[in-house]
Design a protein around this ligand. Structure first.
Ligand code: F6R
Length: 366
């Protein structure tokens, strides 16, 4: 079943172009954005939605965090993203005009299911599941559903499920923007073109594997790592840190780069590698000054930059150039090298990559 691959994690990372193409089949050919991508009742459920509440755990929660940037910026609808196990136990203020979105690869995560039931018990009936398993418990509980078509994910560390969840959220963002009168035909066409080319763009990033493998060799001896990102790439930094922790057992933390000088900078010295997600977007200049702060303290930098970002390679500053800047969908491309880095660091360390210690693929206990 593994074919040419050594582990499921590696296989699943490399399946991402196909998984994305399958998930985005709805917009192949000339098809445009439609609420019906989310079920027959979507026009009625989406009508009058004034807020979005996203509930999930782990990697799925990180997909929700990226979606918040997209939905607020493009559809102009306020979004709250919450960890399911927090939401279900706290007193919150219900809002019947909220669309509740639960995200889960397995559809069986106990806390996510319970958070959904909690929201429904509070009177929130506009519910949507983004899920990779069509017959799962979560999908049976929601008014609407979007099934990602990643195929079975066997490696405990979620990879292709995450990027297909992002694809689903991109479609949701555009569908809500359209209903909200925030998407003109030209913009819709531009977004659709970018989405349709996404599998090819991901394929090009996967070709960076040999270079990332060399980075992983240097990395594997470290005990800690700091991941920095800004804006819609901050959740990607969080996802990179989670992947590294779970498969290589290297302690990793993610910070919004602007928070660096509010505490974590104290940790930076020559033993603390810093991984920076540095897309060529409007926040790049701000990020560059954060990187200088790290360098000035002797921290070694590993920068994932887009082609044309003009961050010079120098002593202690390693740059990996991504093939292109990919606008709104850039987080989908930037997570790929982080998945590969974790995978290869784990190989060097000799951990059980597909079944990391203490973890289960589907967390059906609370
Ligand atoms: C991390 C990972 C977990 C899951 C989390 C939620 O690689 O796989 O953090 O993302 O347990 O699982 P699902 O998406 O099945 O609800």
């Amino acid at each position: 079943e593994l074919g040419l691959f050594k582990h499921y994690m590696q296989k699943e990372i490399f399946e991402q172009p196909q998984a994305l193409a399958n998930t985005l089949e709805l917009i192949s050919g000339g098809a445009g954005i439609s609420p019906l991508h989310f079920g027959a009742r979507a026009p009625e459920v989406f009508d009058g939605v004034r807020r979005v509440l996203i509930l999930a755990c782990g990697t799925s929660y990180h997909a929700g965090l990226v979606a918040r940037y997209w939905i607020e910026s493009i559809a102009k609808i306020p979004v709250t993203v919450e960890i399911a196990s927090e939401y279900r136990y706290r007193d919150s203020v219900p809002d019947a005009d909220s669309l509740v979105v639960v995200i889960s690869q397995s559809g069986e995560t106990a806390d996510t299911l319970a958070a959904l039931k909690h929201a429904k018990a509070l009177g929130m009936d506009r519910t949507l599941a983004i899920c990779n398993v069509p017959e799962s418990a979560i999908v049976r509980e929601t008014a609407l559903r979007f099934i990602t078509r990643a195929g079975p994910e066997i490696g405990v560390a979620s990879t292709k499920a995450f990027t297909t969840q992002l694809a689903a959220f991109a479609l949701l963002t555009l569908a809500l923007a359209k209903l909200n009168g925030r998407l003109n035909d030209a913009d819709e066409e531009r977004h659709l073109t970018a989405l349709r080319h996404l599998p090819v763009a991901v394929q090009k990033v996967l070709e960076l594997e040999p270079e990332i493998e060399r980075w992983a060799q240097r990395f594997a001896s470290k005990e800690h790592a700091l991941f920095l990102g800004r804006g819609r790439h901050w959740p990607i930094a969080m996802e990179g840190a989670l992947k590294l922790k779970e498969v290589s057992y290297i302690h990793a933390e993610a910070y919004a780069a602007g928070e660096l000088k509010h505490g974590p900078l104290a940790l930076v010295d020559k033993n603390m590698p810093v991984i920076a997600i540095a897309p060529a977007d409007e926040l790049l200049e701000k990020l560059k000054s954060n990187l200088q702060e790290v360098r000035a303290r002797g921290g070694e930098l590993y920068v994932f930059a887009d082609a044309g970002s003009e961050i010079p390679e120098s002593e202690g500053v390693h740059i990996l150039h991504m093939p292109e800047h990919y606008g709104m969908l850039s987080p989908v491309l930037h997570v790929i090298p982080l998945q590969l880095l974790s995978y290869h660091a784990a190989l060097v360390k000799g951990t059980d990559v597909d079944k990391p210690r203490n973890l289960a693929k589907s967390v059906t206990v609370e």
